[in-house]
Design a protein around this ligand. Structure first.
Ligand code: COA
Length: 335
């Protein structure tokens, strides 16, 4: 058995900043409401005139991660791409990255686990590396939410929360024991699938039906979120899965050097921080600047934390996420 280790991190966010006040041009909302409930001050939304897309943003983040790993694209032997907002219904983003980066015909896998997508992707990469199948895996989380949000008062409870961006890591084989990914824990509870979902267009509700019904009140092709229900489950599951990861490694919350929670809502992160008794310098949040970027949120935060030198060799870094599915998971790393 080998060990797997994150050897390079990178992120990319579109230049176009949308402040809370900017949202007023489309909907009845205000800065105070958004900041008080979510902590978000602004988010990035792709400029439709720009070249950016889910896969192109992923490529931009990936280039930085590969370079920081001291590798080239030709050293990568597998791609894992997590998103809920692919450029096309099919194929997914992984193959587009393979093409855009001009990589050899290596395998490319897409992960559809929404806000837990990056955690699931890291877990899959970890298994492939530990068994010796691959040496260097490119793991990307990227989202273009702005392309599919309802910009009206009707959609405001969802639309104000989400932002665009991408983060990437390179995970590599390491022979050093007890360094790298110590454990991953994954969970799901599909009975709550509809509480945070986008129903159609899909094979369950195809375009023909939507056109035939021609219902002005049809919102099935916009994301739906039962906010308070999601909030209540999130705080429980975050706590459980972080505890599960710590216990599996004989660690306690006092051993955590940095917790990077999925950036769903600053209030959720603050609840978790308090629950585990962590000081401000031990929890990394950037939702204020980017909103919720779903599968991209943890790798963007990881990359920013690394750039700000908040992660040092030997640190215990905890990643945790909860989201649509419901799915949730944690990764415990000794950096
Ligand atoms: N601006 C202003 N008012 C808004 C608004 C907006 N963007 N969105 C909703 N409102 C209004 C509602 O219409 C409602 O008004 P009413 O009381 O007159 O009916 C009021 O604000 C309260 O709405 P509610 O949805 O109950 O707010 P909330 O306190 O539950 O906060 C969330 C909403 C979405 C911020 C919160 O539920 C949340 O963060 N949930 C978890 C979301 C999450 O983590 N999602 C991702 C998981 S990966």
């Amino acid at each position: 058995m080998y060990n797997s280790k994150i050897t390079g991190v990178g992120h990319y966010v579109p230049e176009n900043i949308i402040t809370n006040n900017d949202l007023k041009q489309w909907m009845d909302t205000n800065d105070e409401w958004i900041q008080e409930r979510t902590g978000i001050k602004e988010r990035r939304w792709i400029d439709p005139q720009s070249e950016d897309s889910t896969s192109i943003m992923g490529v931009k983040a990936a280039k930085i991660a590969i370079e920081r790993a001291g590798l080239t694209k030709d050293d990568i032997d597998f791609i894992i791409f997590a998103t809920l907002s692919p450029d096309m219904y099919f194929p997914g983003g992984g193959v587009r990255v393979q093409d855009y980066l001009g990589m050899p015909t290596i395998g490319a896998l897409d992960i559809r686990n929404q806000c837990s997508g990056f955690i699931y992707a890291v877990s899959v990469a970890d298994q492939f590396i530990k068994t010796g199948m691959y040496k260097n895996i490119l793991v990307i989380g990227s989202e273009n939410h702005s392309g599919g949000l309802e910009r009206s008062t009707r959609g405001r409870n969802v639309t104000v929360i989400f932002g665009d961006g991408a983060g990437a890591v390179v995970m590599s084989r390491s022979s050093k024991k007890d360094i790298g990914i110590l454990s991953t824990h994954l969970h799901s509870e599909g009975k709550h699938a509809k509480e945070l979902s986008l129903i159609g267009p899909s094979t369950g509700r195809w375009v023909d039906t939507i056109i035939k019904e021609n219902d002005p009140n049809d919102v099935s092709y916009y994301p739906y979120m039962n906010g308070q229900f999601v909030f209540k489950h999130a705080i429980v599951r975050f706590s459980e899965v972080i505890t599960e990861g710590l216990q599996a490694n004989n660690l306690t919350s006092e051993d955590i050097d940095l917790l990077i929670p999925h950036q769903a809502n600053l209030r959720i992160a603050q609840f978790i921080q308090k629950k585990f008794g962590l000081s401000d310098d031990k929890v990394f949040n950037n939702i204020m600047k980017y909103g919720n970027t779903t599968a991209a949120s943890i790798p963007i935060a990881l990359s920013e934390a690394w750039e700000q030198r908040k992660i040092n060799d030997g640190d215990i870094v905890v990643l945790a996420a909860f989201g649509s599915g419901f799915t949730w998971g944690s990764v415990i790393i000794k950096w």
